[in-house]
Design a protein around this ligand. Structure first.
Ligand code: F0G
Length: 471
């Protein structure tokens, strides 16, 4: 249990329990009631800034790594570690891009759509925001081995940080990754292997890997780096701070974000709950969490079964019933957006809290819609991996349904870099299945398919084709 002198501690998210634990407890759920844990702060004894513009001064000192990091320059809002304890690779240099063309064919006013491009992170996804915080804690605790189950990006990010993090005795941390066999895009697998992670391909999907890593963590005392680790989510709060920074500290009207294990969107909710509590924002944006139809557990629980936060007393048996039904039918998650191919999201309860605090909605989009939006995002010079494009597909659906109007100021989170999953992109544009042996081919079906043209090695023929295709 936490003692009174600490200003940061772990706390059960259920207000009617609220049990606190010391930061060093290395637990991922409340020992009394089994709910998830937050990193919580005694703000009255800390000195949070009076206004968000306080953070602008950090640009002047950005040759200092923790002032440069897009996570730690907001450190007063995640004060669980001292400046000397921070593990950083200057992550979070990400941009909020204003979409200046008539916004990607959407009936939004020009200048109202923004894309938060998290693919610019060192490992190419938003996970680095959380990993820097997780590793800061792991090193503080002196943990030599870190582990995660992953659909790819968590493992890439964790492997990168492990390759960079030395313990006090000089030893390098070891990364242990569990991935589902055949369930991870090659760009991400390549990273885990290159960064030297011990990579275990488990005969099962992400949900199976998640179950096993938790068991292995308990047995071997690994430090768990999945988003069930509350320190990860502290780092991911900063995505929202950077969005605010990009908008001159004015909250947008809407945030659209893909939902898989529901860590990222949960972190956004915690960020806004705290900013409101600290009087740093007056208004909280609405959130739309976007599931793929083949991995739509949250969508079903929230929209069809009426599951709600209910001030922390959420109906866990209703979720268990859904999982038992899925097991009985042998139903597994299945989507082209492999990053969010998850049927049992570990942060479900935190997500319900976020949806409550941010007046949220949940929608589902098909693989076809995801791929069409991804192609459009690429065509206009942005680019992302399939899961990220779910955010834009969700936005289009919500506009069509009339949930938001053309004046709304919208931010879609592009969670991962386009080169994370080149197979999906090549398949979309060419119909080629590059990783089958021998490669197979079918006609591409996409509206924005941009096929390569076969031309003989002949200058006349080459020039003719170029002239025929003037844009
Ligand atoms: N987008 C991308 C590119 C992701 O990699 C993930 C999650 C999500 C969205 C969903 O975020 O889980 O916080 O709801 N990827 C995890 C992984 C699960 O293992 O890399 P979430």
């Amino acid at each position: 249990m936490a003692t009174m002198k600490e200003t940061a501690f772990l706390q059960c998210i259920r207000p009617s329990c609220g049990t606190t634990y010391d930061l060093s407890a290395q637990i991922y759920e409340c020992q009394k009631c089994g709910n998830l844990l937050d990193v919580a702060y005694d703000w009255n004894r800390l000195n949070p800034p009076k206004s968000l513009s306080f953070f602008q001064q950090r640009w002047a000192t950005r040759n200092n790594a923790i002032d440069h990091s897009g996570v730690w320059r907001f450190r007063e809002l995640l004060p669980f570690a001292g400046p000397d304890e921070i593990v950083t690779i200057r992550e979070g240099q990400t941009l909020l891009q204003a979409v200046d063309v008539p916004p990607l064919g959407l009936p939004l006013k020009t200048g109202r759509l923004h894309l938060q491009y998290e693919g610019m992170n060192p490992s190419g996804s938003f996970k680095d925001n959380g990993m820097t915080a997780g590793f800061t804690m792991a090193r503080k605790l002196g943990c030599p081995r870190v582990g995660c189950a992953s659909t790819g990006n968590t493992s890439a990010s964790m492997a990168l940080y492990a390759a960079k993090t030395h313990l006090a005795d000089g030893r390098l941390m070891q990364a242990i990754v569990f991935i589902g066999a055949g369930k991870i895009a090659y760009g991400k697998l390549a990273q885990a292997l290159d960064y030297g992670a011990l990579t275990l391909q488990i005969a099962g999907d992400f949900d199976a890997c998640m179950k096993r890593i938790r068991e292995a963590t308990d047995r071997l005392g690994l430090y768990l780096m999945n988003s069930v680790n509350p320190f990860r989510l502290e780092g991911q709060k900063t995505i929202m701070y950077r969005v605010l920074e990009g908008l001159g500290w004015e909250p947008p009207d809407w945030i659209f974000v893909p939902g898989g294990n529901l860590g990222n969107s949960s972190a956004f909710g915690k960020a806004y709950i705290e900013l409101k509590q600290l009087g740093l924002v007056k208004r909280v944006p609405r959130i739309c969490v976007v599931n793929a139809t083949g991995a739509n557990t949250l969508w079903d629980l929230y929209n069809n079964r009426g599951l709600r936060w209910n001030n922390g007393d959420w109906d866990k048996p209703a979720a268990d019933k859904k999982y038992a039904e899925m097991d009985a039918k042998g139903q597994k998650a299945k989507t082209i957006a492999s990053a969010i191919e998850i049927a049992r999201p570990v942060n479900l309860s935190k997500e319900l809290r976020t949806l409550d605090a941010m007046n949220g909605v949940v929608c589902e989009v098909t693989d076809e819609q995801i791929l069409e939006e991804k192609a459009l995002i690429g065509k206009y010079g942005y680019g992302c991996e399939p899961a990220s494009a779910a955010s834009l597909a969700g936005l289009r659906q919500m506009i069509e349904k009339g949930t938001l109007d053309r004046d709304a100021r919208v931010v879609c989170i592009l969670t991962g870099h386009p080169l994370k999953d080149p197979d999906a992109t090549v398949r979309y544009h060419t119909g080629l299945e590059p990783t089958t042996s021998p490669p197979t081919h079918r006609e591409p079906w996409g509206k924005h398919a941009n096929r390569p043209i076969k031309v003989p090695d002949d200058l006349d023929a080459i020039c003719r084709v170029i002239e025929e295709h003037r844009s």
